[in-house]
Design a protein around this ligand. Structure first.
Ligand code: SAM
Length: 218
């Protein structure tokens, strides 16, 4: 069934203002800004809350889901340096908004969600919007070895540590972006696979994510 919502002038205008706001907050990658300007974030909201869709806030959208804050989505997307055709593993599909942004950047996305109701919701909504990612249900803290290696891996939930098993699924030259810390706050961490055995780790700004729950997590 085709998606029922329309992208009208009011929402398009609000989206342009969100892009300008993210640029003012320090998001510099033009491709990321363009992707944010393209994906209709209000499609993830009940029509009653469309006036909230282009605010720079996370928001509960039903089914126990929250849609991530646009700044956080843009920040993680920028760190991934996506090139067209990159094979990207996303751990924590959630609403699927981040998935759409990655696809707009040209990524071939493998995305995994551990909560069944969220998984079922997203596999219906995203293809309805034209975003045909590879969807998986299960514990993403172990990655998805069957489809490795990945050019990029993004974790959209807060981890207690960087799971070794994810590093093994990165291609040489690949980048992992993962928030690491306790349940109250996490540092955004990027890990670059330099060669077979060496990794370069950089710690960046502080964020607050829902916990990554699983075998290699909380
Ligand atoms: N990126 C999403 C967006 O654009 O709206 C929001 C993701 S939400 C902040 C984090 C998601 O990670 C939740 O849906 C949660 O159920 C999921 N999650 C937590 N632990 C997980 C795991 N081990 N494997 C897969 N998904 C996990």
């Amino acid at each position: 069934m085709a998606y029922k919502f329309v992208d009208n002038y009011r929402e398009q205008g609000a989206r342009k203002r969100l892009v300008a706001h993210l640029e003012a907050r320090g998001i510099a990658d033009k491709k990321v800004l363009k992707a944010i300007g393209k994906v209709p974030r209000h499609f993830f909201f009940d029509e009653t809350f469309w006036n909230q869709a282009y605010k720079d806030i996370a928001f509960p959208i039903g089914d126990g889901q929250t849609i991530s804050q646009p700044y956080t989505v843009a920040y993680q997307s920028e760190l991934l340096h996506i090139k067209k055709g990159d094979k990207v593993l996303e751990i924590g599909t959630g609403s699927g908004y981040q998935t759409c942004i990655l696809m707009e950047l040209g990524a071939n996305v493998y995305t995994i969600e551990r909560q069944e109701s969220i998984y079922r919701h997203t596999i219906r909504v995203l293809p309805g919007m034209g975003y045909n990612a590879h969807f998986f249900f299960g514990d993403g803290s172990k990655g998805i070895a069957a489809h490795a290696p990945y050019d990029k891996i993004i974790v959209t939930a807060g981890a207690p540590f960087v799971p070794e098993i994810l590093l093994k699924q990165l291609r040489i030259g690949g980048i992992l972006v993962i928030p690491v810390g306790d349940e109250h706050s996490q540092k955004m961490v990027t890990v670059i696979r330099v060669n077979e055995t060496d990794f370069e780790r950089i710690e960046l700004d502080t964020f607050r994510f829902v916990p990554l729950v699983g075998d290699q997590a909380w």
